[in-house]
Design a protein around this ligand. Structure first.
Ligand SMILES: [Zn+2]
Length: 428
């Protein structure tokens, strides 16, 4: 297992593919990327999410250890690849046994999402390769998001969908949060919440650097609605099963509080006429310890810093500096070439080293980029600049908790190493 996911097993569920039977033997939690929730009734099974394609066979084994009943419903909590694609072994089984095909429940926006992914499939794969670089989930076109099951029951707008199976009652609700197509399920008799990625057992995945807009305020409202159920169990999209009213309510409450906090504080500063940089710095300074230290809000995947960006972006356009210089900016390598006419590459490298040694890693990156962006020819100095940048990025990656941030930094390291090799060859 790659080093980067050590300590992340709780998020990825890759370790033992743990499964856990709960709620009087009616439900089974299957830890995967993402988790699968199984409900067993006399009339068949409900699968809430189906994990990623790669994990389908292992999920199938776990489900069949729990029950041999036919699958009646597959529910897509949202249209991300880690929740929708592991269905193949189940469909194969249905065909072999001559069972009826299951109903597939999704929100109408999930269908739009699948259409968007097919339009942007190459781009999606390009982003996955960076965001998931360390996990070894190599996204070839066959493993991409395309090919999810077609929904047969489509939830429109904010409609609630209620159904019965095997004498039990289930309710499905739509709320926006990590995505605009999220649905969550409540199993009334056993008081179980199935949340999808509206809950990931860590800081909400809001403002992910490669991803589109998320919805902090609506997300907090979803937490409130879930709290209203007073559930005994909560099966999250990632991380372990939560058991007991107290933990479930605390998890929902602290997540709602954290989302309301980032939303309301950014909005307050927008109304004070502040630009992004100032808002961001102030938001870092005021982040309360009660969130920073809370075990349910650790930045394992999402990160408070990303969330600030997300809320800002929801309400403000791309002109975020207030400095007209940035309205139609020159290319960064042209700017760097001009700076190298004023100070030499050696000057910049030396200054970057001083900053690095003084612990100012981010500033050191900006300074070293002048050499990297501004150099027109291969040289030993340029190789030095690449090496220093690799060192700084590695240092930052080691200190980062967020999986996404770590991966972006490590992708930078491997790209720079490749470039360094090329440069060395060209200098021989
Ligand atoms: Zn997920």
């Amino acid at each position: 297992m790659s080093k980067i996911i050590e300590g992340m097993e709780g998020f990825f569920g890759r370790g033992a593919f743990e499964s856990k039977i709960f709620a009087d033997n009616t439900c089974c939690f299957i830890g995967a990327f993402g988790n699968v929730g199984v409900v067993k009734t006399n009339d068949g099974l409900i699968l809430f999410d189906i994990a990623l394609r790669l994990f389908g066979p292992r999920v199938f084994q776990q489900v069949r250890k729990f029950s041999d009943k036919p699958v009646k419903y597959i529910i897509y909590s949202h249209g991300h690849f880690d929740h929708c694609l592991g269905y193949a072994p189940f469909i194969e089984e249905i065909k072999q046994k001559g069972w009826e095909m299951p109903q597939v429940i999704a929100h109408e926006n999930c269908i739009r999402r699948f259409e968007k992914y097919s339009m942007l499939s190459d781009h999606q794969i390009w982003t996955y390769k960076q965001q998931f670089a360390s996990v070894g989930v190599t996204m070839t076109s066959t493993e991409s998001i395309s090919g999810a099951l077609d929904p047969t029951i489509i939830i429109r707008g904010n409609d609630t969908y209620k159904f019965n199976l095997g004498g039990y009652k289930f309710e499905i609700y739509h709320d926006k949060g990590e995505t605009d197509d999220s649905i969550w399920m409540y199993f009334l008799e056993k008081k179980v919440l199935f949340t999808g990625d509206l809950m990931v057992s860590s800081y909400p995945n809001i403002g992910s650097p490669f991803r589109v807009q998320r919805y902090a305020k609506d997300w907090a409202l979803a937490m409130d609605k879930m709290m209203g159920k007073n559930a005994e169990y909560l099966l999250p999209g990632h991380g372990s099963l939560f058991e007991g009213k107290k933990d479930v309510q605390e998890l929902l409450q602290i997540t709602a509080d954290a989302l309301n906090f980032v939303h309301d504080e950014v909005v307050k500063r927008l109304n004070q006429g502040k630009w992004f940089e100032q808002i961001y710095e102030e938001m870092l300074a005021i982040y309360p310890d009660k969130f920073k230290d809370h075990p349910f809000l650790q930045p394992k995947y999402g990160d408070y810093r990303f969330a600030i960006n997300d809320v800002y972006r929801l309400y403000h356009g791309w002109y975020d500096t207030g400095n007209p210089t940035s309205l139609f900016p020159a290319k960064s390598d042209e700017i760097a070439r001009e700076l190298l006419k004023i100070g030499s590459s050696e000057d910049y490298i030396n200054r970057a080293k001083i900053l690095y040694d003084g612990g100012k890693l981010q500033l050191a990156l900006h300074v070293i980029d002048v050499v990297i962006n501004g150099s027109t020819d291969a040289s030993d100095l340029l190789i030095d600049a690449y090496k220093l940048k690799v060192k700084i990025l590695k240092h930052q990656a080691a200190e980062e908790e967020s999986f996404i941030a770590k991966n972006i930094l490590k992708t930078g390291v491997s790209q720079l190493k490749d470039k360094t090799k090329e440069l060395k060859k060209s200098l021989k």
